[in-house]
Design a protein around this ligand. Structure first.
Ligand SMILES: Nc1nc2c(c(=O)[nH]1)N(C=O)[C@@H](CNc1ccc(C(=O)N[C@@H](CCC(=O)O)C(=O)O)cc1)CN2
Ligand SMILES: Nc1ncnc2c1ncn2[C@@H]1O[C@H](COP(=O)(O)OP(=O)(O)OP(=O)(O)O)[C@@H](O)[C@H]1O
Length: 180
């Protein structure tokens, strides 16, 4: 089986041409469908970096509180700070912008960015383990729904797993919605 590093590199290469190919609107349509059963719940979105698919139009229309991830430090889970369209943003670590105001949101539904995913619902991110730690912590407190969001081209055959890898509940791409 490929190492996580090799799987990450291969998926980056597939994500690049998918980005800017006009696939975001289809992915956003499927994301709205998938989220429709969770109306009003606190939602975690993200500000896209690099060649990630863009969830912002869906976040902007959400009828409940929306937070975006904020890195506390290496080895720490993410926090989510309240985001609204047009709110003041500042540069966060690793190039993702974060809200200037630091109002915590504890999400019950998360739109999870990723580099690669597989048919079992496992994901690979940038390698910090941030979402693994965050989902582990949230799931220990109560039910949460983790929805991976990506281009269909980011699917990998079978990702290498570590015991700390947290599975997704659903995967949304430009090709549709899969529940696990
Ligand atoms: N849009 C978005 N926001 C997010 C995440 C994400 O995956 N997507 N994160 C999800 O966790 C956190 C940011 N995590 C990140 C972690 C590493 C790198 C990164 O570029 N790493 C370098 C290596 C850096 C180093 O080791 O010095 C790399 O991959 O080349 C980027 C984001 C919080 N916000
Ligand atoms: N809950 C946890 N407790 C301790 N270590 C963890 C936990 N979750 C992940 N890790 C460690 O973090 C490291 C990076 O994990 P991994 O490569 O799976 O990150 P990733 O899923 O690519 O990144 P991210 O979740 O930030 O998008 C792993 O070596 C793993 O051991």
């Amino acid at each position: 089986m490929m190492s996580k590093d090799a799987a990450r590199k291969a998926a980056f290469a597939r994500r690049k041409p998918a980005h800017g190919a006009g696939l975001d609107a289809a992915a956003q349509r499927h994301l709205r469908d998938c989220l429709s059963q969770h109306r009003g719940k606190p939602l975690a979105g993200y500000m896209p970096i690099r060649t990630e698919v863009d969830p912002v139009p869906v976040m902007a229309d959400w009828d409940g509180p929306v937070g975006v991830p904020v890195i506390q430090g290496a080895g720490q889970p993410l926090l989510f700070h309240r985001w609204t369209q047009g709110c003041d943003m500042v540069e966060g670590p690793f190039g993702a912008r974060v809200p200037a105001a630091q109002e915590p949101v504890v999400p019950q539904v998360l739109i999870v960015p990723l580099v690669a995913f597989d048919a079992r619902g496992f994901r690979l991110g940038y390698g910090g383990g941030f979402y693994d730690r965050t989902l582990e912590g949230l799931r220990a407190r109560g039910p949460v729904v983790a929805i991976g969001f990506a281009f269909a081209a980011q699917e990998a055959a079978e990702l290498p797993l570590e015991p700390t890898d947290q599975p997704l509940d659903a995967m949304v791409t430009d090709a549709g919605v899969t529940w696990f």
